[in-house]
Design a protein around this ligand. Sequence first.
Ligand code: GRF
Length: 202
Amino acid sequence: MNIAVLASGRGSNFQAIIDGIRDGKIKNSEIVVMITDNREAKAIERARKNNIPVEFVDYREGREAAEIRIKKVLDRYKTDLVVLAGFMRVIKTKELLDRYRNKMINIHPAILPAFKGMHAQRQAFEYGVKVSGCTVHFVDETLDGGPIIEQTCVYIGDCKTAEEVEERILKEEHKLYVKVVGMFAEGKFKVEGRRAEYEKSI
Ligand code: GRF
């Protein structure tokens, strides 16, 4: 399976997937390209260390132009699965969304549909929920609203700060993302309306 990762920053989820392939948790797969919109992203360093090609897309040329370029890069690398790992842009271009429908996934640090958007961990902390977590979902035209693939709950009732919540959830994000990408490598998800159902093929 050819995986493309889109990342804007730290890239710890990207790293988890690199490690997951190395450790055999994600089978028969390769990260063929890492696409970023940020020349300062720490994810670039991680890509270089692992001999993964990096492609930069400049959103200053406009969202649509940048996203058409993303699509071209994905096509060129014969991408089977697009993994958004801390990509700080909301993808809106129809051509890209349609081309990779049900083949593009994102991880969100909350139990969706709660706490959509930015700073989900702080939103959860400030709301005072005792349980939050993370969600892997398909990307569609809505903000953090595509069909849900898998979720992990995390108890945060004893966390003293939003940073503590973030740290606790992040550890589970890494495990969840590796698990879900590994599932894609061994089967497929059939999407019917809001429901994503897994069919193992090997
Ligand atoms: C993660 O918390 C992810 O859920 C969110 O952005 C953060 C990215 O972290 N979408 P990293 O760049 O993977 O370390």
